[in-house]
Ligand binder design. Sequence first.
Ligand SMILES: NC(=O)c1ccc[n+]([C@@H]2O[C@H](COP(=O)([O-])OP(=O)(O)OC[C@H]3O[C@@H](n4cnc5c(N)ncnc54)[C@H](O)[C@@H]3O)[C@@H](O)[C@H]2O)c1
Length: 251
Amino acid sequence: MKRCLVLGGNGFIGSHLAEALVVSGFEVTIFDNREQKRPDIREDSIGYLQGDFLNENDLARALDGTDYVFHFISTTLPGPSLESPVYDIESNVIGTVRLLQQCCKAGVEKIIFPSSGGTVYGEPDTIPVRETDPVRPVHPYAISKVTIEMYLRSFYELHGLDYLILRYANPYGERQMPFGNQGVIPIFLHAIMKGRSPVIYGDGSMVRDYIYISDLVDATIAIVKKGPHERLFNVGSWICSCFFQSSSWRC
Ligand SMILES: NC(=O)c1ccc[n+]([C@@H]2O[C@H](COP(=O)([O-])OP(=O)(O)OC[C@H]3O[C@@H](n4cnc5c(N)ncnc54)[C@H](O)[C@@H]3O)[C@@H](O)[C@H]2O)c1
């Protein structure tokens, strides 16, 4: 049984992933900076470690004995990263490079990283977008994602740390917070429930790709289980080249 550490496992995607990994037969521990495991997590067998991903001692303790690391912490969001690109580099990029070094030291087998299908391609030339299409990141958040992707490849080539990059479209579903600036579906629903009109930026012609959280999690686990021929996947419903249709997916 592979031992999985889900960094950011108290968050929206990480919490669903942690539960689904247990159902799929993995042993799972969550690492997150919140004091306690969130109470709505359904699987009791999931372990919990409180710690800061930017603290080397906390990470070393958590990585000990881990086979797969799911790195689902991002210290910034697309909007705020515009205001603080230096913090984005310092925390996300440098923090992740330190994490990769520690994974090598701890003998971790594989690291799984959620990149951003919605931002790394910039304005795509064709739809659906393919993994082989050029990346043209504009936002600091997207530049950090692409930089981390490159470090993942580098650590694999130089140190043998295996990796998987999943460029997710826009996930939606239970536990997604309606108060931030990410996740238009809960933000719109919350506004409508409060009797306010949702605010649409632009002229309304903008197109986005959405994926339901359990489809995203099922696709993630299917790719992890399938093993590595490929190490880079778009995961979405329509615009991305990896379609997820109810219980079957194809790439
Ligand atoms: N939600 C999306 O639309 C989306 C789309 C594509 C990719 N992603 C990526 O998926 C990952 C998870 O996204 P999410 O929406 O679940 O985020 P989230 O904010 O819901 O969860 C992040 C978790 O990380 C924890 N965390 C933050 N900083 C930490 C630190 N320094 N130390 C320890 N824990 C810390 C938080 O407490 C939180 O529980 C991120 O890398 C994000 O960029 C998200």
